[in-house]
Design a protein around this ligand. Sequence first.
Ligand SMILES: *Cc1c(COP(=O)(O)O)cnc(C)c1O
Length: 342
Amino acid sequence: MRFIDLRSDTVTMPTDKMREAMCKAVVGDDVYGDDPTVKKLEEYSAQIVGKEDALFVPSGTFGNQLALFTHCKRGDEVILGDDCHIVAHEVGAASVIAGVNLRTLNSDKGVLDPLEIKSKIRKEDIHYPRTGLICVENAHSNGRVISIKNMKEVYEIGKEANIPIHLDGARVFNAAKYLDVDVKEITKYSDSVMFCLSKGLCAPVGSILAGSKEFIEKARKGRKLMGGGLRQAGFLAAAGIVSLEEMIERLKEDHENAIYLADELSKIDDINVYKDDVHINIVFFDISKIEHNPRQIAEKFYEKGIKVNPPEDGLMRFVTNYWVSKRDIDYVVDTFKDIIKK
Ligand SMILES: *Cc1c(COP(=O)(O)O)cnc(C)c1O
């Protein structure tokens, strides 16, 4: 049975082209620097995001934590939003791996106030930790895209204080599509950027960390320390190359489908769709008026061949991806209406 999977864009399977590329990949021991396919992916990635160099890493979490570990010294303070992925979804790794303090700021739907960031940068004082890094996230995991103006302001504040900016760009290509700009227009306001190959871009495994030559050289050693020195990783990188070549442009289809899904859901009584928040492929909606048993609704969908996460505090999140067509969305919406009726 084929499932329609709306739980996340991490559920995407590799395309036939990827499977073929993986099969035929020329590989070598990448810790020795011998894997031509990994090298090709890293060079191509660096070029696309406009950085000097890049590094293939096992996951987005790995790439973010490696960025913290590479930019910061133990005990440094990192300024970032209280609802960002690094704070909310990375198991507190920042305290375990980099050993840094997270100085969280209130985010307004993912947007940080540049002046507040500025006010939180530490001066030299015998009592203070050093501010080591500022992190921003775009697109935000709440599905919203941060403006280039905001990114530029934060970047300039960082430059002025000589503090680097790390961009958690897990879905930075989605952000670029939404803003209708080359991705470099976003990444240029960061010193390092992580993006995921394994989400909407459909690669089975892997993310990229990009930055200056010097930064990536240091990160390469950090990656080894963290156990991320993979050997014949070219089999995975081969799929990543297909991601970059073929899957970026089409992300706009996921965005169109998300808007379509949001529009159709909003026609159902008592569902409050956060339509203004649908910037990329993520749709949030409130069903607290209709559903009182969170587990049950996910089970009902499952019985009809649709995988969804159960609502949290009445809030559901559906994510579109390459494997979800417009017709699938019609089926999902019709199924939803049936479930509610019963
Ligand atoms: C998914 C995601 C990550 C982490 O990626 P994994 O590959 O799941 O570890 C980091 N940041 C953001 C914003 C994400 O959405």
